[in-house]
Design a protein around this ligand. Structure first.
Ligand SMILES: [Zn+2]
Length: 688
């Protein structure tokens, strides 16, 4: 079956290549615009994200709008075949607005209203701010709806943070009333407020969490985070209303931030036409850590591809050289810019975009990497790196709109992350939900096996394997769907700290892992938290279903479990629970459910998943064993298959390509059966 998604805009059926472009900062130097256009063409850039923080330039005083400068920019870019991803300006507001209408300014958890400063600091409830956004967005849409440069809307910028003003407190209480059917007893039971006599007797007593107030009532802290997510999305929906009305054919996105925990981005994604995100990894300089970091970046790209079920996403921001706000803004080593840009494409991005096009002359981001440096010309290493990416993307048109059909799904869930973070136990530190998800994902990344990163409410039925690390919170209905998945032949892998609480962070009664007990066939009686340097060991049981042998280290968490209907595949070696099950498999329906009772070292995860992958015949991007530091990722439309072969190791690596013929898409030539990749090398292949 062929499956190719439409391009981001029919006007530009190619990869988008470009960056955040702030011509509003250069209006006093009009010659810069002509020079920018020349350099854009030279660097192979075809799309600019424009006017992201340009509110004061567009509305210098209340009700007086100035679009002339932006008309000129849009016209000039269109004349030169450069398209515009046009922003709405709510990410930063004018000083005049903050002075005249203090309600637009955010109030912190400490209940202090901020002064006019920085950006991303608006109250998302303020009716005034919502009105002001709707007015300027309508004007932008009306003015540019038919402009040939406009291909996409970029709404605001990196939505995030929270506001605790009285308007938000009222909105929160109304949100709670709706959720709990106006029934305060219902809320009190859900939040277990009888603890410490915290029972609310009137809605007005409920306040948002605060460092000098309530932080320990987990039902409250969870619902507050849900409210912040919902209110942010509601603010966004208010922003896009005039755009939907006036430009129904122009797609809409906002730049998300990976696994940023302030907003449930999986709830945001259905309201976008295309997902985009900003990626700023702290690359080292060709060290072992780069390989781990690369796998973490891969996890985030997979997450963004999965947010809209495999639809290509956008790499909206990345740095062409340094990220100035990082503690050590290290230069990208030669080759790394090309590799990290194509890594996004390998996992499903249809764009490579940067922050920023040109370095500003002053203020906070004047040292942030840019395509055009303060020297102002093209004779720089960074400019050449960017032009190299532009050149490559032009040769890859046939990949636009393709996707990655994964047979493995890994659950990363925002509400679960919040609940684990808030819980006082079973350890205070190193619960490490996200790093644990990344380490399970890495075992597949190293083998070139595609993985989707999904939520617990997503459809499991299209996968062969479902991995659910630390599924501490189980929302209603999830366990039933997991059971159905396994019964129908699926393979589940669950771990310690699963099935502990319900959607309100109340513990499941009747034995852990709560509603997963039946499918996993175990009872988790206790969990041992280990000190940092404590180790236990996991010993494979002779004759275990995976045929694995030997022992490996366990740390941080060890569940003390009883196998009920499950078979024991490994046991603990040490301590008073030596000999008790550490790994089990429960045959359930026509599938199987594995339980990993301890946090195991990477060697164990790799061996375990290698055997499962072989047993389930999981498809790989390349039918070959990849050397350390090398990964292969795949995109396809169902008939043509493209493989990205990437080397994140410190040294060159030789790869045997395995079965099939391979054409190097960038060099346009057939490849021999063995290829060598230098450090940070990358091939884009078409499999024949
Ligand atoms: Zn507010």
């Amino acid at each position: 079956m062929t499956r190719r998604f439409p391009p981001l805009s029919p006007k530009c059926p190619h990869f988008l290549h470009g960056g955040d472009y702030n011509p509003d900062q250069w209006r006093h130097m009009p010659e810069i615009l002509d020079e920018d256009v020349r350099l854009m063409k030279l660097s192979g850039c075809n799309a600019m994200s424009t006017a992201i923080f340009a509110w004061t330039a567009l509305e210098p005083e209340e009700g007086r709008f100035e679009f002339g400068w932006l008309d000129n920019v849009m016209d000039k870019l269109a004349d030169n075949d450069v398209y515009v991803v046009l922003a709405t300006p709510s990410g930063a507001r004018p000083a005049w607005m903050a002075r005249k209408y203090p309600e637009v300014l955010r109030v912190g958890a400490d209940r202090r209203r901020i002064l006019y400063c920085v950006r991303h600091n608006h109250c998302y409830t303020s009716p005034l701010y919502r009105r002001k956004c709707a007015i300027i967005n309508r004007k932008l849409a009306e003015r540019y709806k038919d402009h040939p440069a406009l291909i996409l809307w970029h709404i605001s910028n990196e939505y995030g943070g929270e506001c605790h003003c009285e308007l938000c407190q009222d909105a929160f209480r109304n949100w709670l009333k709706k959720k709990y059917d106006n029934d305060l007893d219902h809320l009190n039971r859900a939040w277990w407020t009888s603890f410490w006599s915290h029972t609310y007797t009137d809605w007005s007593q409920i306040e948002s969490p605060a460092p000098h107030g309530e932080m320990h009532l987990h039902g409250l802290t969870l619902d507050w985070k849900r409210f912040v997510s919902d209110q942010t999305i509601d603010f966004y929906l208010n922003e896009i209303k005039p755009l939907r009305e006036i430009t129904p054919d122009i797609k809409i996105t906002t730049n998300l931030m990976g696994t940023y925990l302030g907003i449930d981005l999986r709830k945001f994604a259905p309201h976008l036409d295309v997902v985009s995100w900003d990626s700023y990894p702290s690359w080292r300089a060709a060290t072992k850590e780069d390989v781990e970091l690369a796998s973490s970046v891969a996890f985030h790209h997979d997450l963004n591809r999965s947010l809209r079920s495999g639809q290509p996403f956008m790499l909206m921001e990345s740095t062409p050289s340094v990220t100035n706000w990082q503690l050590v803004p290290k230069l990208k080593r030669p080759g790394l810019h090309f590799l990290s840009s194509l890594q996004a494409v390998a996992h499903g991005s249809d764009t490579v975009q940067y922050f920023q096009w040109r370095k500003g002359q002053g203020s906070w981001e004047k040292f942030h990497g840019a395509v055009v440096d303060h020297c102002g010309h093209e004779n720089t290493r960074v400019f050449r790196d960017v032009a190299q990416v532009g050149e490559a993307l032009k040769k890859m048109d046939c990949i636009v709109g393709t996707t990655t059909p994964a047979e493995v799904a890994l659950i990363f869930d925002w509400e679960n992350a919040w609940a684990i973070h808030d819980a006082c136990g079973p350890r205070r530190e190193k619960k490490d939900y996200l790093p644990t998800c990344v380490s399970h994902h890495r075992a597949f990344w190293k083998r070139g096996i595609p993985v989707d990163v999904i939520g617990m409410d997503d459809d499991f039925s299209r996968y062969k394997m479902l991995i659910a690390p630390m599924l501490y919170m189980i929302r209603p209905g999830v366990a039933d769907r997991i059971e159905a998945f396994v019964r129908a032949g699926g393979t589940l892998v669950a771990t310690y700290l699963s099935g502990i609480t319900d959607e309100n962070d109340r513990c499941h009664l009747g034995g852990f892992p709560g509603p997963l007990r039946k499918v996993l066939g175990i009872w988790a009686e206790e969990i041992d938290a280990l000190y940092d340097d404590d180790r236990n060991h996991v010993v494979m049981t002779p004759g275990n279903p995976l045929g694995l042998a030997g022992e490996s280290e366990a740390s941080i968490f060890c569940d003390l479990i009883h196998a009920e209907t499950a078979q024991v595949a490994a046991t603990y070696r040490d301590d008073f629970y030596a000999g008790r099950p550490a790994l089990t498999r429960n045959c359930f329906g026509t599938g199987a459910a594995w339980y990993m009772a301890s946090r195991n070292e990477e060697k164990f995860l790799q061996a375990f998943y290698d055997e499962l992958a072989a047993h389930l015949k999981l498809g790989r991007a390349l039918d070959t064993d990849l050397p350390e530091g090398v990964t292969a990722q795949m995109r396809t439309d169902g008939s043509r298959v493209f493989v990205f072969l990437m080397n994140f190791a410190q040294e060159e690596r030789t790869i045997v390509l395995g079965k099939g013929k391979f054409r190097d898409l960038l060099a346009d030539k057939e490849l021999p059966g063995r290829v060598t990749l230098p450090c940070y090398g990358c091939f884009v292949l078409e499999r024949g």
